[in-house]
Design a binder for this molecule. Structure first.
Ligand SMILES: [Fe+2]
Ligand SMILES: [Fe+2]
Length: 162
């Protein structure tokens, strides 16, 4: 197979950085939950941060397998303070929607370049983003339904989600 095109290599390297940022954002949210009496939400976000690192590694391995070079750039500092858990899930939801857009844009580039191997690799991420958006949407609904009075029940429910 031909060496990966530069435009695609560049977009994958950008996504490697974005996935690492997602991991750090969710770990930052997990840490906030840890110190604000929400162990269930903390568990959810720690685990989700690990998942984002797995996403990152998928891109790293794919790019290197295709004759490219996966690069580790500086990672932006994630938000560290939050108003409340509703804000956290609203931000997480918005973030996943942005990631979906990034993946779709990558797909468009790969398609334009007729790089069908990359299209195929990205199919996994397209399906994954459907799952992620559904999951984070569910969590936000749970938090909103629970309100302040039932926050401990919502925290327990979210602990079991993955
Ligand atoms: Fe991801
Ligand atoms: Fe994600």
């Amino acid at each position: 197979m031909n060496k990966i095109k530069q435009s695609i290599e560049k977009s994958i390297n950008k996504q490697i950085n974005a996935e690492e940022f997602s991991a750090r954002l969710y770990k930052s949210m997990a840490s906030w939950c840890d110190v604000n009496g929400l162990p269930g939400c903390a568990k959810f976000f720690w685990a989700h941060g690990d998942e984002e690192m797995e996403h990152m590694m998928r891109f790293v391995k794919y790019l290197n397998n295709r004759g490219g070079h996966a690069l580790f750039d500086a990672v932006e500092k994630p938000q560290q303070e939050f108003k409340d858990i509703t804000e956290i899930f609203e931000l997480a939801n918005k973030h996943e929607e942005e990631v979906t857009k990034m993946i779709n844009d990558m797909y468009a580039i790969a398609e334009k370049e007729k790089d069908y191997a990359t299209c195929n690799m990205l199919q996994w991420f397209i399906a994954e983003q459907v799952e992620e958006e559904a999951l984070f949407g569910e969590c936000l609904d749970t938090i909103k339904c629970a309100g302040k009075t039932n926050i401990f029940l919502a925290d327990q429910a979210i602990a079991g989600k993955e």
